[in-house]
Ligand binder design. Structure first.
Ligand code: FAD
Ligand code: EPU
Length: 355
């Protein structure tokens, strides 16, 4: 365990933003994390988990860096979670419970499940990042969210220096949301996650694009491997690969509005006359809009200023073509929000964590 100083974070965020961390330390087990909090950087202020030379030090937990936008240098300690390991903890007739270290790569874990014929995560194939962020973000794609296969997680409290177990209800999962993004923001380091996978698959092909792709692939016998491949094909066809163009996936969440507001948007001649406005009714009667569609209608799709841009195939994805700064991308996102607000009266909320 080595603490680096003035450490470049460019290779550690998929936006490829060139910022530095004042301190950077990887850790590969809970003991090292505890040691970091107790020993290497002496704790003399209980309000701050870590201090150095007696002054409080802000900390940031880093996974794969695929859902963050650094807007400036980070004047604190970046804790890079490298906890590895996959083990079966129990099984019954229908399920297999698998505990996975937070530093394991998410997609590699998905492939491991498919190889073992454990179902439940196949629709979440090819999502970048690590296991530790999966409950933090309640990652979702193609009709499935992580909460559906979540059993429990362990998390280390940075102030108390103690490990707690969180079950499904404790995590308060929502759309791209959990208790770790609000009430417990910046307080816990998730160290491992236990998933409850299915021995008998319950295929989810409800997302139109998945069904179409399976048909195009000529799949006769549905399997988790086929669904995974269909999802991989769809994703590679429309989402930019961060290895080629810096990005963090969807920059905004898809907003939900009331049914009345939706009707107003589709029919009121004094409002927006877009009869093709894309909306899906939620369980609670509100309507979820496709943020990508709203952004495209405002003319941003394919827009580029310097190296900051809005992707030409997916308007919800902001991109760094090379040397954009985090601030340039953030400012672009602010302009996009403003124009969507002006044209549709709809507020876009950022999905990406701004640091
Ligand atoms: P990071 O970016 O490192 O961190 C994200 C947040 O989680 C930060 O606040 C960080 O502090 C916190 N965090 C990370 N690890 C821990 C931990 N162990 N303990 C406590 N806090 C932690 N997301 C989806 O949901 N669905 C998609 O379909 C999807 N598609 C994407 C496509 C592309 C091309 C890209 C680049 C991103 C996409 N994302 C998607 C977003 C991203 O992949 C997920 O949010 C992913 O879970 C982030 O994981 P990470 O390890 O990279 O997290
Ligand atoms: N659309 C446009 N213009 C575009 C792109 C899409 O009008 O440039 C329209 C499409 O025609 C479609 C609708 O928007 O009707 C939805 O598009 P898509 O299926 O691509 O999904 P999305 O809403 O843009 C969401 C998630 C993705 C996830 C996919 C698949 C959010 C914020 N994003 O995107 O997650 O992979 O659905 O389930 O919920 C992420 O979180 O980073 C992410 C990529």
């Amino acid at each position: 365990m080595q603490i680096q100083q003035n450490f470049s974070l460019k290779p550690y965020n998929t936006f490829g933003i060139d910022v530095k961390a004042r301190y950077f330390s990887p850790f590969s087990n809970v003991e090292q994390l505890t040691q970091l909090s107790k020993g290497v950087l002496a704790d003399t202020n209980h309000h701050s988990p870590f201090t150095i030379h007696n002054s409080p030090l802000t900390t940031f937990v880093l996974g794969g860096g695929s859902n963050i936008l650094f807007t400036k240098d980070f004047d604190g300690l970046v804790l890079k979670n490298d906890i590895r390991g996959i083990e079966i903890v129990k099984e019954d007739n229908e399920h297999i419970y698998v505990r996975v270290g937070a530093g394991e790569n998410w997609h590699q874990f998905v492939l491991f499940c498919i190889k073992n014929n454990w179902a439940g995560v196949e629709n979440l194939s090819l999502i970048p990042g690590n296991v530790g962020a999966s409950p933090m973000q309640n990652i979702g794609a193609y009709g499935v969210e992580i909460k559906e296969v979540f059993h429990e997680l362990k998390a280390f409290h940075l102030h108390e220096k103690a490990t707690y177990t969180f079950g499904l209800k404790d995590c308060q999962f929502g759309y791209r949301d959990s208790i770790f993004k609000n009430t417990y923001k910046d307080q816990f380091v998730i160290t491992d996650v236990t998933y409850r996978l299915n021995k008998f698959p319950n295929y989810n092909t409800s997302y139109g694009a998945v069904e179409q792709e399976l048909e195009r692939m000529g799949v006769k016998q549905l399997s988790i491997a086929a669904i995974s491949q269909a999802v991989i094909n769809i994703r590679t066809s429309k989402l930019p690969d961060p290895a080629e163009i810096g990005n963090a996936g969807s920059f905004f969440k898809n907003p939900s509005i009331s049914k009345e507001k939706f009707q107003d948007l589709t029919s009121n001649p004094d409002s927006y006359r877009g009869q093709n406005i894309v909306g899906y009714e939620n369980m609670d009667g509100t309507v979820k809009l496709a943020a990508a569609w709203l952004i495209e209608q405002c003319g941003w799709k394919g827009f580029r200023r310097g190296d900051a841009g809005c992707h030409e195939r997916q308007a919800l994805v902001l991109v760094n073509y090379g040397n954009a700064t985090g601030k340039e991308i953030y400012d672009l996102s602010e302009e996009i929000r403003q124009s969507v607000r002006e044209k549709f009266g709809v507020e876009l909320e950022r999905e990406v964590n701004i640091i």
